[in-house]
Design a protein around this ligand. Structure first.
Ligand code: H2U
Ligand code: ZN
Length: 348
């Protein structure tokens, strides 16, 4: 038997951001790659769809009318999961039945008036306007007294439950820290206290030095497949400079983030030559006014596709009962993403 290594033997990997483990079974990918099979024809969408509730000038489901917007457009979610004006209160019985009122606010962010586009198809200058809007919204919503955390995210593609192909994302904000964020905050805080440095600054430096999992980068941001990736082609975008939130970005860094968003999402589309579905979200410091030296701005991309435009990864069985598992190693996933063009397949 040869010595243990990460590309031949089952092992578990630690996620230092959440404290969770993931099982990796690389020996199962030893069978040869069968290559691309089905490739659904991309539906061509019109630039304006009279039936779309997000297109400029159209009427939404609750009767409100969108203005004839020409750039980005933000509105209060008409079916918001969180509401600002609710009574405070809690239920507690024997520490077993525990509930608390949760005030909050939800908004929808249209990235572009053009119904036919997605982020990778937008101009970098227009993605930069999206970065600006995310920053403004983070600051405006974060300043509200009841709001202590602002979660900016995008659900893209029908398989992710996205209800509308118009380029858009969402913002959900609330009083308490959402679970994922609380876990990451605890881990970053513990790391800073025990090592005296930032977890993600140290991680980015390590990844840049090893260059095994980097997908693409520029002077200010790095896109990589994290060592502990759970989804087949999961990635993170991290700032190379230590910063806690979008508010810390310089003008140049906003441009750099917009550019890397386009480059990474274009690679994603080129992987199976389809508009690549994912859930993407921005993690940054809470907005309760406290100082969070441990927080390092980053974005997560969680895409479900595994082997083709239609074969996706399910988190079932052992993964629901035990722990998440993957066959393709994060190194192999990064290698495939790295080899792809940054010109979208339909433009090549
Ligand atoms: P998706 O990003 O998952 O497609 O969700 C779109 C959001 O848009 C969803 O949260 C909201 C839904 O509540 N929406 C409106 O606010 N108004 C509408 O007219 C339709 C959808
Ligand atoms: Zn539309």
């Amino acid at each position: 038997m040869s010595e243990f290594n990460l590309s031949d033997y089952p092992h578990r990997r630690f996620n230092p951001l959440t404290g969770e483990w993931i099982l990796v079974s690389p020996h199962r990918t030893k069978r040869p790659w069968q290559g691309q099979q089905e490739r659904p024809v991309e539906e061509k969408r019109p630039a304006y769809d009279p039936g779309c509730y997000l297109c400029p000038g159209n009427t939404r489901a609750n009767g409100a009318q969108n203005p004839p917007y020409t750039g980005t457009y933000v509105f209060q979610n008409d079916f918001a999961a969180l509401l600002p004006d609710i009574p405070a209160g809690e239920v507690r019985a024997d520490d077993l039945l525990v509930a608390q009122a949760e005030p909050g606010l939800c908004r929808v962010v249209c990235f572009s008036p053009d119904h036919s586009l997605t982020l990778p198809q937008m101009e970098v200058a227009d993605i930069r306007r999206v970065v600006d809007v995310w920053t403004e919204q983070y600051e405006e919503i974060g300043a509200m007294p009841q709001i202590n955390y602002v979660q900016i995210f995008e659900n893209k593609g029908q398989v992710m439950g996205c209800s509308n192909p118009h380029p858009h994302g969402q913002i959900w904000s609330n009083a308490s820290l959402p679970q994922e964020v609380a876990q990451e905050q605890r881990a970053q805080g513990d790391y800073l206290r025990s090592k005296g440095s930032c977890l993600l600054c140290d991680y980015v430096a390590l990844e840049l030095a090893r260059a095994e999992r980097i997908v693409c980068q520029n002077a200010d941001f790095v896109a990589l497949v994290p060592f502990w990736a759970t989804w087949p082609f999961e990635t993170m975008i991290l700032s190379t400079r230590h910063m806690a939130s979008l508010s810390d970005l310089t003008e140049g860094e906003r441009d750099a983030l917009a550019s890397l968003l386009k480059r990474l999402t274009t690679r994603y589309d080129n992987l199976f030559e389809v508009s690549f579905p994912y859930t993407m979200g921005i993690h940054q410091q809470p907005t309760d006014g406290a100082a969070y030296p441990e927080w390092h701005l980053h974005l997560h991309f969680y895409p479900p596709l595994l082997r083709s435009a239609t074969v996706k990864k399910f988190m079932v069985g052992y993964e629901m009962l035990g722990q998440p598992q993957r066959d393709l190693t994060p190194e192999a996933a990064a290698d495939r993403l790295r080899q792809l063009s940054e010109v979208r397949f339909d433009q090549q």
